[in-house]
Design a protein around this ligand. Structure first.
Ligand code: KIV
Ligand code: NA
Length: 263
């Protein structure tokens, strides 16, 4: 059955974990969809893992549209979520709408934008005009130059309060989902309990409504330094399909992520 925003909402209510992976092409989309992955994310992480960039900042709208089309053609049932890249939405709600519409036309069913309170107006603008939005908070890789590196977020009392406030404001504005990257597990748990929309975590512990990993990280093919939250799902299986099935199983059973993958 086709996964929709309603399916995800119901999964949260029923306490069933949501499984997400990044995906950049049609063949992987077919494999992931058949393995039971609920959401395929065309992440701007493609800048790192496909293009060999050191950040996601150089990724363009044209590239996101191209990869979104590739994934959508290989997919059958999963929900297709696409990132708006750096510079494609920060200027104004109007700019965000114009570019989000291009991703939707290419096959996306939801778009993801990075930012807390500053994105509230944009989330409301898109949501009111037919574009479901996933808000990405915690570590926001497009802001790496502001952080001065990829660092865990929400560690101080103040940062944690701001993150909780932002999550609620984004939901209030109409966000369909909230993704939290690299924050303490107990903070992600508190936010998840305070929201009625589903939360997805990456480096946010097990007590969130769903998990995402970058596909090349979980297959062990990305040569860079491995983050704490990454697990190689090729260990103990003999195929990529097997790795996807194992990931689906472990996320659903809440055995991934373990303590060792969390902050
Ligand atoms: O671009 C990406 O892969 C992402 C995930 C890490 C959440 O945004
Ligand atoms: Na991204």
């Amino acid at each position: 059955m086709k996964t929709t925003i309603t399916t995800l909402q119901k999964m949260k209510q029923d306490g069933q974990k949501i499984v997400m992976l990044t995906c950049y092409d049609a063949s992987f989309a077919t494999l992931m969809d058949e393995a039971g992955v609920d959401i395929l994310l065309i992440g701007d992480s493609l800048g790192n893992v496909i293009q060999g960039q050191t950040s996601t900042l150089p990724v363009t709208m044209d590239q996101m549209v191209y990869h979104t089309g590739c994934v959508a053609r290989g997919n059958r049932e999963a929900l297709v979520l696409a990132d708006l890249p750096f510079g494609a939405y920060q200027q104004s709600p109007q700019q965000a709408y114009e570019n989000a519409a291009k991703l939707m036309a290419a096959g996306a069913e939801m778009v993801k934008i990075e930012g807390g309170m500053v994105m509230v107006e944009t989330v409301a603008f898109l949501a009111a005009r037919g574009i479901p939005v996933c808000a990405h908070i915690g570590l926001q890789p497009q802001s790496v130059n502001v952080y001065g590196g990829f660092k865990i977020q929400g560690k101080t009392q103040h940062e944690a309060e701001v993150l909780k406030r932002d999550a609620l404001a984004l939901q209030q504005a109409g966000a369909a989902m909230v993704l939290m990257e690299m924050i303490p597990a107990d903070l992600a748990k508190t936010v998840t309990e305070s929201l009625s929309v589903p939360t997805i975590g990456i480096g946010a512990g097990v007590d969130v409504d769903g998990q995402v990993l970058v596909v090349y990280d979980m297959l062990g093919v990305f040569p860079g330094k491995k983050a704490r939250f990454v697990k190689n799902f090729m260990h103990g299986v003999s195929s990529i399909q097997g790795a996807f099935e194992s990931y689906v199983h472990e996320v659903r059973a809440a055995t991934f992520p373990a303590q060792e993958h969390s902050y």
